[in-house]
Write a protein that binds this ligand. Structure first.
Ligand code: TXA
Ligand code: MG
Length: 311
Protein backbone atom coordinates (compact mmCIF):
# COMPACT_ATOMS: atom_id res chain seq x y z
CA UNK A 1 0.00 0.00 0.00
CA UNK A 2 1.15 3.54 -0.74
CA UNK A 3 -0.07 6.85 0.64
CA UNK A 4 -2.41 8.38 -1.95
CA UNK A 5 -1.95 12.15 -2.08
CA UNK A 6 -5.01 14.36 -2.39
CA UNK A 7 -4.17 17.27 -4.68
CA UNK A 8 -6.20 20.34 -5.62
CA UNK A 9 -6.70 22.17 -8.90
CA UNK A 10 -4.08 24.82 -8.11
CA UNK A 11 -1.17 25.54 -10.47
CA UNK A 12 1.31 24.14 -7.92
CA UNK A 13 -0.65 20.94 -7.33
CA UNK A 14 -1.24 20.40 -11.06
CA UNK A 15 2.51 20.70 -11.63
CA UNK A 16 3.01 18.02 -8.97
CA UNK A 17 0.37 15.80 -10.61
CA UNK A 18 1.92 16.30 -14.07
CA UNK A 19 5.38 15.40 -12.74
CA UNK A 20 3.94 12.23 -11.21
CA UNK A 21 2.38 11.25 -14.55
CA UNK A 22 5.67 11.92 -16.36
CA UNK A 23 7.45 9.73 -13.80
CA UNK A 24 5.16 6.80 -14.63
CA UNK A 25 2.88 7.11 -11.59
CA UNK A 26 -0.91 6.76 -11.55
CA UNK A 27 -2.92 9.95 -10.96
CA UNK A 28 -6.73 10.15 -10.95
CA UNK A 29 -8.13 13.42 -12.30
CA UNK A 30 -11.52 14.94 -13.06
CA UNK A 31 -12.95 15.17 -16.56
CA UNK A 32 -16.41 16.49 -17.41
CA UNK A 33 -17.66 12.88 -17.82
CA UNK A 34 -16.15 10.87 -14.94
CA UNK A 35 -12.85 10.81 -13.00
CA UNK A 36 -10.14 9.11 -15.05
CA UNK A 37 -7.22 7.01 -13.78
CA UNK A 38 -4.32 8.50 -15.71
CA UNK A 39 -0.95 7.10 -16.76
CA UNK A 40 1.66 8.05 -19.38
CA UNK A 41 0.33 6.37 -22.55
CA UNK A 42 3.85 5.99 -23.93
CA UNK A 43 5.08 4.07 -20.85
CA UNK A 44 4.08 0.39 -20.90
CA UNK A 45 4.90 -0.16 -17.23
CA UNK A 46 2.75 2.82 -16.24
CA UNK A 47 -0.14 1.55 -18.36
CA UNK A 48 0.25 -1.93 -16.83
CA UNK A 49 -0.16 -0.18 -13.47
CA UNK A 50 -3.66 0.95 -14.53
CA UNK A 51 -4.75 -2.65 -15.09
CA UNK A 52 -3.18 -3.69 -11.76
CA UNK A 53 -4.91 -0.89 -9.81
CA UNK A 54 -8.27 -1.59 -11.48
CA UNK A 55 -7.79 -5.34 -10.89
CA UNK A 56 -8.95 -5.88 -14.42
CA UNK A 57 -8.76 -9.59 -15.37
CA UNK A 58 -8.34 -8.81 -19.08
CA UNK A 59 -6.72 -6.12 -21.25
CA UNK A 60 -9.33 -3.75 -22.68
CA UNK A 61 -8.09 -0.94 -24.90
CA UNK A 62 -7.99 2.43 -23.11
CA UNK A 63 -8.81 6.01 -24.13
CA UNK A 64 -5.84 8.34 -24.70
CA UNK A 65 -6.40 11.94 -23.55
CA UNK A 66 -4.70 14.90 -25.22
CA UNK A 67 -5.10 18.68 -24.81
CA UNK A 68 -5.63 19.73 -28.45
CA UNK A 69 -6.38 18.60 -32.01
CA UNK A 70 -2.79 19.03 -33.20
CA UNK A 71 -1.57 16.53 -30.59
CA UNK A 72 -4.39 14.15 -31.51
CA UNK A 73 -3.39 14.33 -35.19
CA UNK A 74 0.16 13.21 -34.35
CA UNK A 75 -1.12 9.99 -32.78
CA UNK A 76 -3.41 8.73 -35.55
CA UNK A 77 -4.23 8.70 -39.26
CA UNK A 78 -6.50 11.76 -39.38
CA UNK A 79 -9.45 12.02 -41.79
CA UNK A 80 -12.01 14.58 -42.98
CA UNK A 81 -14.72 12.87 -40.91
CA UNK A 82 -12.51 12.99 -37.81
CA UNK A 83 -11.86 16.65 -38.50
CA UNK A 84 -15.56 17.49 -38.80
CA UNK A 85 -16.43 15.72 -35.53
CA UNK A 86 -13.40 17.11 -33.69
CA UNK A 87 -14.20 20.69 -34.72
CA UNK A 88 -17.84 20.29 -33.70
CA UNK A 89 -17.48 18.47 -30.39
CA UNK A 90 -13.93 18.73 -29.00
CA UNK A 91 -13.15 19.49 -26.29
CA UNK A 92 -16.04 17.44 -24.92
CA UNK A 93 -17.56 14.03 -24.10
CA UNK A 94 -16.66 12.45 -27.46
CA UNK A 95 -14.04 9.75 -28.12
CA UNK A 96 -12.88 8.93 -31.66
CA UNK A 97 -11.33 5.57 -32.58
CA UNK A 98 -8.89 6.01 -35.47
CA UNK A 99 -6.07 4.02 -37.10
CA UNK A 100 -2.99 4.39 -34.90
CA UNK A 101 0.18 6.11 -36.10
CA UNK A 102 2.77 3.44 -35.23
CA UNK A 103 5.48 6.13 -35.01
CA UNK A 104 3.62 7.97 -32.23
CA UNK A 105 5.22 5.83 -29.53
CA UNK A 106 2.03 4.79 -27.71
CA UNK A 107 2.43 1.64 -25.60
CA UNK A 108 0.72 -1.30 -27.30
CA UNK A 109 -0.88 -2.12 -23.95
CA UNK A 110 -2.99 1.06 -24.42
CA UNK A 111 -4.58 -0.39 -27.54
CA UNK A 112 -4.40 -4.00 -26.30
CA UNK A 113 -2.52 -4.71 -29.52
CA UNK A 114 -5.22 -3.28 -31.84
CA UNK A 115 -4.15 -1.23 -34.88
CA UNK A 116 -6.53 1.57 -33.79
CA UNK A 117 -6.57 3.92 -30.81
CA UNK A 118 -9.32 5.80 -28.94
CA UNK A 119 -8.62 9.55 -28.49
CA UNK A 120 -10.42 12.23 -26.52
CA UNK A 121 -9.91 15.91 -25.70
CA UNK A 122 -11.69 16.50 -22.39
CA UNK A 123 -13.39 19.85 -21.81
CA UNK A 124 -12.87 19.98 -18.04
CA UNK A 125 -10.53 22.94 -17.40
CA UNK A 126 -8.54 20.99 -14.79
CA UNK A 127 -8.04 18.03 -17.15
CA UNK A 128 -7.03 20.50 -19.88
CA UNK A 129 -4.43 22.21 -17.69
CA UNK A 130 -3.05 18.91 -16.40
CA UNK A 131 -2.63 17.56 -19.96
CA UNK A 132 -0.99 20.80 -21.11
CA UNK A 133 1.52 20.82 -18.24
CA UNK A 134 2.28 17.10 -18.51
CA UNK A 135 2.91 17.31 -22.27
CA UNK A 136 2.38 13.56 -22.73
CA UNK A 137 -0.65 11.62 -23.99
CA UNK A 138 -2.47 10.25 -20.92
CA UNK A 139 -4.25 6.88 -20.98
CA UNK A 140 -7.23 6.99 -18.63
CA UNK A 141 -10.07 4.58 -18.06
CA UNK A 142 -12.70 5.47 -15.47
CA UNK A 143 -11.02 5.51 -12.02
CA UNK A 144 -12.88 2.58 -10.48
CA UNK A 145 -12.04 -1.05 -9.88
CA UNK A 146 -13.24 -3.35 -12.65
CA UNK A 147 -16.96 -4.05 -12.30
CA UNK A 148 -17.64 -1.09 -9.97
CA UNK A 149 -19.63 2.06 -10.73
CA UNK A 150 -17.75 4.90 -12.42
CA UNK A 151 -16.56 7.67 -10.07
CA UNK A 152 -17.91 11.21 -10.37
CA UNK A 153 -16.19 12.63 -7.25
CA UNK A 154 -12.71 12.33 -5.76
CA UNK A 155 -14.32 10.63 -2.73
CA UNK A 156 -15.61 7.86 -5.02
CA UNK A 157 -12.08 7.41 -6.37
CA UNK A 158 -10.51 7.30 -2.89
CA UNK A 159 -13.10 4.92 -1.50
CA UNK A 160 -12.03 2.25 -3.98
CA UNK A 161 -8.45 3.09 -4.95
CA UNK A 162 -6.89 4.78 -1.89
CA UNK A 163 -3.52 3.15 -1.23
CA UNK A 164 -3.31 1.83 -4.80
CA UNK A 165 -2.63 5.06 -6.74
CA UNK A 166 -0.13 7.89 -6.26
CA UNK A 167 -2.60 10.80 -6.19
CA UNK A 168 -6.05 12.10 -6.98
CA UNK A 169 -6.74 15.66 -8.14
CA UNK A 170 -9.93 16.71 -6.34
CA UNK A 171 -11.95 19.30 -8.22
CA UNK A 172 -15.48 18.49 -7.14
CA UNK A 173 -18.18 16.53 -8.95
CA UNK A 174 -18.16 15.86 -12.72
CA UNK A 175 -20.80 17.80 -14.68
CA UNK A 176 -21.77 15.15 -17.27
CA UNK A 177 -21.50 12.12 -14.98
CA UNK A 178 -21.66 9.68 -17.88
CA UNK A 179 -18.75 8.33 -19.94
CA UNK A 180 -17.94 9.77 -23.36
CA UNK A 181 -19.72 8.68 -26.53
CA UNK A 182 -17.32 6.53 -28.59
CA UNK A 183 -17.41 6.70 -32.40
CA UNK A 184 -15.36 4.27 -34.48
CA UNK A 185 -13.84 5.85 -37.59
CA UNK A 186 -11.70 3.00 -38.86
CA UNK A 187 -14.27 2.33 -41.61
CA UNK A 188 -17.92 3.49 -41.79
CA UNK A 189 -18.60 5.85 -38.83
CA UNK A 190 -19.96 3.59 -36.11
CA UNK A 191 -21.40 4.01 -32.62
CA UNK A 192 -19.18 1.92 -30.30
CA UNK A 193 -20.57 3.21 -26.99
CA UNK A 194 -23.42 5.63 -26.29
CA UNK A 195 -22.42 8.27 -23.72
CA UNK A 196 -22.42 11.90 -22.72
CA UNK A 197 -22.76 13.32 -26.26
CA UNK A 198 -26.15 12.50 -27.85
CA UNK A 199 -25.95 10.27 -30.92
CA UNK A 200 -28.38 12.61 -32.71
CA UNK A 201 -25.83 15.45 -32.41
CA UNK A 202 -23.13 13.27 -34.02
CA UNK A 203 -25.48 12.19 -36.83
CA UNK A 204 -26.56 15.79 -37.45
CA UNK A 205 -22.89 16.78 -37.83
CA UNK A 206 -22.16 13.88 -40.21
CA UNK A 207 -25.43 14.34 -42.10
CA UNK A 208 -25.90 10.55 -42.04
CA UNK A 209 -26.95 7.88 -39.56
CA UNK A 210 -24.22 6.01 -37.68
CA UNK A 211 -23.75 2.30 -38.24
CA UNK A 212 -24.28 0.35 -35.04
CA UNK A 213 -21.50 -1.50 -33.35
CA UNK A 214 -22.56 -5.02 -34.14
CA UNK A 215 -22.20 -7.56 -31.33
CA UNK A 216 -18.46 -8.08 -31.44
CA UNK A 217 -17.12 -4.57 -31.68
CA UNK A 218 -18.65 -3.23 -28.45
CA UNK A 219 -16.25 -5.41 -26.48
CA UNK A 220 -12.97 -5.34 -28.39
CA UNK A 221 -11.22 -6.93 -25.40
CA UNK A 222 -13.15 -10.09 -26.14
CA UNK A 223 -12.34 -10.23 -29.83
CA UNK A 224 -9.95 -13.04 -30.66
CA UNK A 225 -9.45 -12.21 -34.33
CA UNK A 226 -7.67 -8.91 -33.65
CA UNK A 227 -5.13 -10.47 -31.35
CA UNK A 228 -4.50 -14.01 -32.36
CA UNK A 229 -1.00 -14.60 -33.70
CA UNK A 230 -1.08 -16.53 -36.97
CA UNK A 231 1.23 -19.12 -35.41
CA UNK A 232 -0.22 -21.68 -33.00
CA UNK A 233 0.30 -21.13 -29.26
CA UNK A 234 1.05 -23.77 -26.60
CA UNK A 235 0.68 -22.72 -22.96
CA UNK A 236 2.50 -23.80 -19.77
CA UNK A 237 5.64 -24.86 -21.60
CA UNK A 238 8.89 -25.12 -19.62
CA UNK A 239 10.88 -25.55 -22.83
CA UNK A 240 10.36 -25.32 -26.59
CA UNK A 241 9.73 -28.43 -28.70
CA UNK A 242 11.71 -28.78 -31.93
CA UNK A 243 10.56 -26.08 -34.38
CA UNK A 244 8.87 -23.93 -31.74
CA UNK A 245 9.96 -20.56 -30.43
CA UNK A 246 9.60 -19.81 -26.72
CA UNK A 247 8.04 -16.91 -24.85
CA UNK A 248 9.85 -16.86 -21.51
CA UNK A 249 8.93 -15.69 -18.03
CA UNK A 250 10.85 -15.83 -14.74
CA UNK A 251 13.10 -18.92 -14.60
CA UNK A 252 12.10 -20.02 -18.12
CA UNK A 253 14.31 -18.03 -20.52
CA UNK A 254 12.77 -17.71 -23.99
CA UNK A 255 13.62 -16.31 -27.42
CA UNK A 256 11.80 -13.32 -25.96
CA UNK A 257 11.31 -13.17 -22.19
CA UNK A 258 8.46 -11.13 -20.67
CA UNK A 259 10.28 -10.61 -17.39
CA UNK A 260 13.38 -12.50 -16.29
CA UNK A 261 12.78 -11.43 -12.68
CA UNK A 262 9.19 -12.66 -12.77
CA UNK A 263 7.70 -9.15 -12.45
CA UNK A 264 4.10 -9.24 -13.74
CA UNK A 265 3.93 -5.49 -14.40
CA UNK A 266 7.05 -5.67 -16.57
CA UNK A 267 5.58 -8.74 -18.28
CA UNK A 268 2.27 -7.01 -19.04
CA UNK A 269 4.09 -4.03 -20.53
CA UNK A 270 6.10 -6.35 -22.80
CA UNK A 271 3.33 -8.78 -23.80
CA UNK A 272 1.95 -7.44 -27.09
CA UNK A 273 5.36 -6.45 -28.43
CA UNK A 274 6.66 -9.93 -27.61
CA UNK A 275 3.75 -11.64 -29.39
CA UNK A 276 4.34 -9.51 -32.49
CA UNK A 277 8.07 -10.31 -32.43
CA UNK A 278 7.60 -14.07 -32.05
CA UNK A 279 4.77 -14.15 -34.59
CA UNK A 280 7.14 -12.62 -37.13
CA UNK A 281 9.40 -15.70 -36.77
CA UNK A 282 6.62 -17.77 -38.35
CA UNK A 283 6.98 -20.67 -35.91
CA UNK A 284 4.58 -22.15 -33.34
CA UNK A 285 4.92 -20.32 -30.02
CA UNK A 286 5.43 -22.13 -26.70
CA UNK A 287 4.66 -20.00 -23.65
CA UNK A 288 6.22 -20.35 -20.18
CA UNK A 289 3.87 -20.67 -17.19
CA UNK A 290 2.66 -17.29 -15.85
CA UNK A 291 1.32 -17.14 -12.28
CA UNK A 292 -2.45 -16.69 -12.32
CA UNK A 293 -2.83 -13.77 -9.92
CA UNK A 294 -2.79 -9.98 -10.17
CA UNK A 295 -1.78 -8.88 -13.68
CA UNK A 296 -1.08 -12.54 -14.45
CA UNK A 297 -4.85 -13.04 -14.79
CA UNK A 298 -5.02 -10.55 -17.67
CA UNK A 299 -1.82 -11.89 -19.26
CA UNK A 300 -3.15 -15.46 -19.13
CA UNK A 301 -6.54 -14.33 -20.44
CA UNK A 302 -4.81 -12.83 -23.48
CA UNK A 303 -2.54 -15.84 -24.00
CA UNK A 304 -5.37 -18.36 -23.71
CA UNK A 305 -7.33 -16.39 -26.34
CA UNK A 306 -4.25 -16.57 -28.54
CA UNK A 307 -4.06 -20.31 -27.91
CA UNK A 308 -7.78 -20.95 -28.51
CA UNK A 309 -8.71 -22.78 -31.71
CA UNK A 310 -9.61 -20.35 -34.51
CA UNK A 311 -12.84 -20.48 -36.45
O1 TXA B 1 -15.62 9.48 -20.43
C1 TXA B 1 -14.77 8.64 -20.68
O2 TXA B 1 -14.62 8.16 -21.80
C2 TXA B 1 -13.84 8.20 -19.52
C3 TXA B 1 -13.02 9.43 -19.12
C4 TXA B 1 -12.01 9.13 -18.05
O3 TXA B 1 -12.41 9.99 -20.26
N1 TXA B 1 -13.00 7.10 -19.90
C5 TXA B 1 -13.48 5.85 -20.10
O4 TXA B 1 -12.53 4.91 -20.40
O5 TXA B 1 -14.66 5.57 -20.04
P1 TXA B 1 -12.76 3.32 -20.30
O6 TXA B 1 -11.40 2.68 -20.35
O7 TXA B 1 -13.58 2.99 -19.10
O8 TXA B 1 -13.53 2.96 -21.61
C6 TXA B 1 -12.80 2.80 -22.80
C7 TXA B 1 -13.70 2.19 -23.85
C8 TXA B 1 -13.75 0.71 -23.70
O9 TXA B 1 -15.12 0.30 -23.67
C9 TXA B 1 -13.07 0.20 -24.94
O10 TXA B 1 -13.70 -0.94 -25.37
C10 TXA B 1 -13.20 1.36 -25.94
O11 TXA B 1 -13.15 2.50 -25.13
N2 TXA B 1 -12.04 1.43 -26.84
C11 TXA B 1 -10.81 1.90 -26.56
N3 TXA B 1 -9.97 1.76 -27.61
C12 TXA B 1 -10.69 1.18 -28.59
C13 TXA B 1 -10.40 0.73 -29.92
N4 TXA B 1 -9.18 0.87 -30.45
N5 TXA B 1 -11.39 0.18 -30.63
C14 TXA B 1 -12.64 0.04 -30.11
N6 TXA B 1 -12.97 0.42 -28.85
C15 TXA B 1 -12.02 0.97 -28.10
MG1 MG C 1 -15.14 2.23 -17.35
Amino acid sequence: MMITRRLEATQGDLEVAAAMLCAGDLVAFPTETVYGLGADATNGQAVAGIYAAKQRPSFNPLIVHVPNIQTAKNLVAWSDTADALARAFWPGPLTLVLPINPAAGLSDLVTAGLPSVAIRIPAHPTAQRLLQIAGIPVAAPSANPSGHISPTTAQHVLRALEGHITAVVDDGPCSVGLESTIIGLTDTPRLLRPGGLPVTAVEACLGAPLADAGGAITAPGQLTSHYAPTASVRLNATSAHVGECLLGFGPVAGDVTLSASGDLQEAAAALFGALHQLNALGKPIAVAPIPNHGLGLAINDRLSRAAAPRG
